[in-house]
Design a protein around this ligand. Sequence first.
Ligand code: BTX
Length: 325
Amino acid sequence: TSVKKQLIAALFEANNEFLSGQALAEMIGCSRTAIWKQIEELRKSGFEIEAIRKKGYRIIHKPDQLSENEILMGLETSVLGRNILYFDTIDSTQNKANEVARMDAPEGTIVIAEEQTSGRGRMAREWHSSKHKGIWMSLILRPQLPPEKAPQFTLITAIAIARAIEEVTGKEPEIKWPNDILFHGKKMTGILTELHSEADKINFIIIGIGLNVNQEMPDFPEEVREIATSLAIENGKKVSRVILLQHILKNFEKYYQLYLEKGFGTLKVIWESYVTSIGKSIIARTISGEIVGKALGITEEGVLKIQDAEGQIHYVYSADIEIKP
Ligand code: BTX
């Protein structure tokens, strides 16, 4: 990796001029074969590098990276995203966030990676997180609240993301209770809220956000192509992950503040404006079975209310929802 770093630096400093393999090898102190191998590596990780015989190499396009510097430059928050742990590749940002939260990482810390090798959804389901294509992030919060408030955080997160998407692309997504953001019924974002608490108070909450940004259909594995989409697909062009992330953090901080000051009531109204399933017939699959009925809305606590055919009301804390055609 040190050859790689020096190579990137040399190519950037060359300012659009070509640098020959020989010149690079001498500058870095390695073989020309090593240079060639690293150029291939850089191409795989999203760099576009032009190579012309007798002239050498130059960078045409560098990948949209989520490094700490890029995120901090232009970030409009005071707490969220001020402490950043950035990884090129990681098993799951949730695991890392859990680990550092136990070691007193401050509120607002984010763990973010270009790629996850075992990204996960709810109930240990897999979350595909391909390199440089999305926002794969975990956020640590330490609200001084009782544990039963935790599910509301999934809803606050959904609002912050939906608003950020609107600000950056002008397109309005749909929120599907509790944790999906959709475009035309296809999943663009998943949210995973994990709670660490004592009997009466939250120690910390880890909010995992998996947001498909710049994938094209072939970037998705076969098994999710029917159900998944990305912002680039919906928007018709690529979106800067850094700018989107900055908007998410800014909105999140705003809504989090509002929530701590005024409670969930105000946010519930905003949340409902994005929701498509309310008033519709749905099937809710929970761990204890299926409930079929009409979605009436959510309670002040963020719990879903469903009325079945017999008129009985069910309160659902977590489920997969299918809207009946
Ligand atoms: P979920 O359980 O609601 O959704 C998981 C399901 O979504 C999978 O079973 C699969 O069908 C589908 N799926 C998998 N990958 C994708 C994808 N990229 N796009 C669309 N659909 C997909 C949702 O769980 C919560 C996901 C949170 C992911 C974040 S990423 C950062 C953090 N780290 C980590 O390991 N998880 C979270």
